[in-house]
Design a protein around this ligand. Structure first.
Ligand code: MG
Length: 311
């Protein structure tokens, strides 16, 4: 058995609820960018959530959707992407990094949803290596990573996909010696099984979502892994513990204090996503979650301080 030292950074209690920056701090800064991660860390946030895919040349990069999002991407001429959005898996790292992901197109629904996000120029989709270079600097050795592995729902034969993505990611975590600061996180529970096979010393974090939400438009959405358990009237925390997971990461609308208690009783930590509104933040604090994944870390910090808590 492994003792998973990184879990202490994701455990609440003793006056703490952990703040985890969702794609950095998406309400404030361009998501999944080094600029956004540095900003988030400058707030004193000690955990970053981000999404990892492979390029055509098998480089792990940090971006959310399988297709480059036109709402957030300008071509080298500074024009918003037109036409069919290319798949990240069809572009080399060099091709992907010709694009600028420093701002949102305010005419799009996604751009309007994050209307306070800063607009920067010359920002690139980072490689995972670039983030690992950042968090291995002396100032950031106390920073932890919630690394989400994205599974392509259109790929039917998953074994090869899982193997390639997990092995590329784990190799970098070993190279930078950050395995003990990382949790591997996914909606695709079979991906997490592959993670445990290749890296049993790294904890796994199980995302769940009971239904498609309004907020998910314009984004890749996960398979609804939760539903099969609801249908069976089975316990989701119990299923995760039996699968070998250490964290349960439910959408906040699916969280109750009873479920949090149930998860804690069987040894799971609970981090909920993506909690941005003040009332929702306060209700998640009351429900007793260990961690809050948020696009607005400063707002969560303020709510915690009001309650005499820290992160
Ligand atoms: Mg994510």
């Amino acid at each position: 058995m492994f003792d998973f030292p990184q879990l202490s950074a994701f455990r609440g209690g003793n006056g703490k609820v952990r703040v985890i920056g969702h794609r950095g701090a998406r309400e404030i800064m361009p998501e999944n960018t080094i600029e956004g991660f540095e900003f988030t860390l400058s707030l004193g946030v000690k955990a970053l959530e981000f999404d990892v895919l492979l390029t055509a040349d098998q480089v792990p990069v940090i971006t959310h959707n399988h297709r480059v999002s036109a709402a957030a991407t300008r071509n080298p001429d500074g024009q918003w992407l037109q036409g069919i959005e290319p798949k990240v898996a069809t572009l080399s790292l060099a091709q992907l990094q010709e694009l600028d992901v420093g701002g949102l197109d305010g005419r799009t629904r996604y751009g309007q949803k994050f209307s306070d996000q800063a607009f920067l120029n010359g920002v690139r989709v980072p490689s995972l290596t670039a983030l690992l270079e950042l968090v291995t600097k002396t100032a950031y050795l106390d920073v932890f990573l919630m690394l989400e592995l994205k599974s392509d729902p259109l790929i039917k034969e998953k074994t090869h996909e899982y193997n390639q993505l997990v092995s590329a990611v784990v190799a970098l975590l070993r190279e930078y010696d950050v395995s003990d600061r990382t949790v591997l996180h996914s909606f695709d529970w079979d991906m997490l099984k592959e993670c445990r096979r290749q890296a049993p010393d790294i904890p796994t974090s199980y995302l769940s979502q009971a239904s498609i939400h309004e907020a998910d438009h314009d984004e890749d959405t996960p398979d609804l892994v939760h539903l099969k358990f609801i249908r069976k009237k089975d316990s989701l925390p119990k299923a995760i513990a039996e699968a070998g997971g250490q964290l349960w990461c439910p959408h906040f609308s699916d969280v109750t204090s009873d479920l949090v208690d149930e998860a804690h009783a069987i040894g799971l930590l609970v981090s909920t996503w993506t909690v941005n509104k003040r009332n929702d933040i306060l209700s998640m604090i009351s429900a007793g979650v260990d961690g809050i994944v948020t696009d607005h870390p400063g707002r969560v910090q303020r709510c915690l301080l009001e309650r005499g808590l820290h992160w």
